[in-house]
Design a protein around this ligand. Structure first.
Ligand SMILES: Cc1cc2nc3c(=O)[nH]c(=O)nc-3n(C[C@H](O)[C@H](O)[C@H](O)COP(=O)(O)OP(=O)(O)OC[C@H]3O[C@@H](n4cnc5c(N)ncnc54)[C@H](O)[C@@H]3O)c2cc1C
Length: 470
């Protein structure tokens, strides 16, 4: 009998398996697709020699993850590559606000009236970032906070809606950049705890940047998988689990799946009925015959570039999707340009470019034209650089990965209390009605992103249970 069986080889499933294996437990991992990776993978989606990330590309949460930082992933080939600027937010006048590694450079890009406000906002947290990140990402109750005072202070700033945080700034530049940061999790700006989202992304940029992984996001997953196998764990791909009976006997089962799928597989009836899924995304991977011709020079030097003319335009786009159930005319977009720092991603002189915009759950339209019109406003001539494109709307995303229900890349709405307490209102989110079954996907705290912390936290709950059993 195995100690633990993990279902799903996304970053959380892989991390949970590694954490258990390195504590001496016997582990087997089962994955539906023919390769490991889930939302952290790389494929030649367009043309030979162009290595695209169909899902995650920028990794502020990965490089800052307490779980990843404790693992020897560099030994297994993971190398983080930071562009000169973690992120730029260009404006129609050809200038840009930036998130730089330097607080001073970031503050200066917001203009004189907001520079001091920004410095005062991040100053209490930045020196304590590593402890804060660990405390915040281990909530609700997997560990006692190491610095409860800083965590409480962070709560006071982070728990109110981001619309309130954004009002601290007097000019549009900082407001727009922050509205964009909140847009990364598809939450409305008026949502509970959305200030924390913006703040975490900003602090992560100052602490370690927003890198890409050399060779593509697949190298994060491959490093975790290689380490797992070195620890004696086994990996079985092309193995979709439909019932608990499909799995070998084990003392614990850990699911890196959506709560809905787990409920079906384990026969939990309506246990997860109240769990809500959020909007979807429309993703485009481009092969380009040169770099993106951004008007703003800062955007040319950035790993990630947010697209939205001002905070009102971003708010309108997010509202259209989450409240009005329609695709926006001018989508808010997140774009990443990995080949600016990683020449291995495309043939010499060519580039890969990654972009997505938000659409309603299950939306079946084509957002390509709206996204490219939006890009042309900030990078005139963009379309002329396109050699090939691969598009994926909600249906394609969900078909490739069952966790992205209706195209929701966060595996569950990041809004209301569900932003912190997911998949149920309980202090034990990784436990389920069955004492031997656990859930570790991004439907559990700390939520979406490639950071492995849900897997790490769930593994902790599992090894405590296994040790109690002796
Ligand atoms: C387009 C897109 C862009 C993104 N951009 C970023 C980004 O830039 N930065 C970032 O940090 N995050 C990003 N994300 C989010 C990130 O990819 C996810 O939050 C993360 O991968 C979640 O990890 P996970 O392990 O919980 O689940 P997943 O990575 O989704 O992995 C789940 C795995 O379980 C497998 N599985 C599911 N059901 C079964 C079953 N029944 N049997 C066997 N296997 C099963 C799936 O095939 C999959 O491999 C993006 C996601 C998408 C789709």
């Amino acid at each position: 009998m195995l100690d633990a069986v993990v279902v799903g080889a996304g970053p959380n499933g892989l991390t949970a398996a590694v954490e258990l294996a390195r504590r001496g437990f016997s582990v087997a991992l089962f994955e539906a697709r023919d390769t490991v990776g889930g939302g952290a993978r790389t494929e030649e989606l367009t043309l030979p020699g162009f290595h695209h990330d169909p899902c995650s590309a920028a990794h502020p949460l990965g490089i800052n993850s307490p779980a990843f930082r404790a693992l020897p992933l560099e030994r297994y080939g993971l190398e983080w590559l930071n562009a000169d600027l973690p992120m730029a937010h260009p404006f129609l006048d050809g200038s840009a606000a930036v998130l730089s590694r330097s607080v001073a450079e970031t503050a200066a890009s917001f203009g004189p009236r907001d520079a001091g406000t920004y410095r005062r906002l991040v100053a209490p947290f930045l020196p304590k970032w590593d402890t804060l990140a660990r405390d915040f990402m281990s909530l609700p109750l997997t560990a006692l906070p190491r610095d409860p005072v800083t965590l409480a202070r962070f709560g006071l700033v982070g728990l109110p809606p981001s619309s309130r945080l954004i009002r601290r700034f007097r000019d549009e530049r900082a407001r727009t950049l922050f509205a964009g940061l909140v847009g990364h999790v598809m939450a409305p700006l008026s949502g509970f705890a959305t200030s924390a989202v913006g703040l975490v992304f900003a602090l992560a940029a100052h602490a370690r940047g927003w890198p890409v992984a050399r060779g593509g996001s697949q190298s994060i997953s491959d490093a975790l998988a290689a380490y797992l196998e070195d620890l004696g764990g086994s990996i079985h791909t092309d193995y979709e689990v439909k019932r608990l009976d499909d799995l070998p006997p084990a003392r614990a089962y850990v699911f890196d799946t959506s709560p809905t799928a787990l409920g079906r597989i384990a026969g939990f009836g309506n246990y997860y009925e109240g769990y809500r899924y959020g909007p979807g995304v429309f993703k485009i991977d481009y092969a380009l015959d040169g770099p993106v011709p951004w008007t703003a020079k800062e955007a040319r030097a950035a790993g990630t570039v947010q697209i939205g003319a001002d905070s009102a335009e971003i708010g309108t786009a997010l509202r259209a999707v989450s409240r009005e159930g329609r695709a926006p005319d001018r989508p808010f977009m997140i774009t990443v340009q990995p080949s600016v720092v990683d020449p291995t991603r495309a043939p010499a002189g060519k580039h890969v470019f990654w972009a997505y915009g938000h659409v309603p759950s299950g939306w079946t339209g084509d957002l390509t034209d709206a996204m490219e019109r939006q890009l042309e406003r900030f990078a005139p001539g963009f379309r002329d650089r396109v050699i090939a494109r691969a598009t994926a709307g909600p249906a394609e995303l969900a078909a490739r990965n069952a966790n992205y229900v209706g195209g929701d890349i966060a595996s569950g709405a990041v809004s209301g209390l569900q932003i912190l307490l997911r998949p149920k209102l309980t202090p034990f989110p990784y436990a389920t009605p069955h004492p031997a079954v656990f859930i570790c996907s991004s439907a559990t705290p700390p939520g979406p992103g490639v950071h492995g912390m849900s897997g790490h936290n769930a593994a902790k709950a599992v090894w405590r249970r296994l040790r109690q059993q002796g």
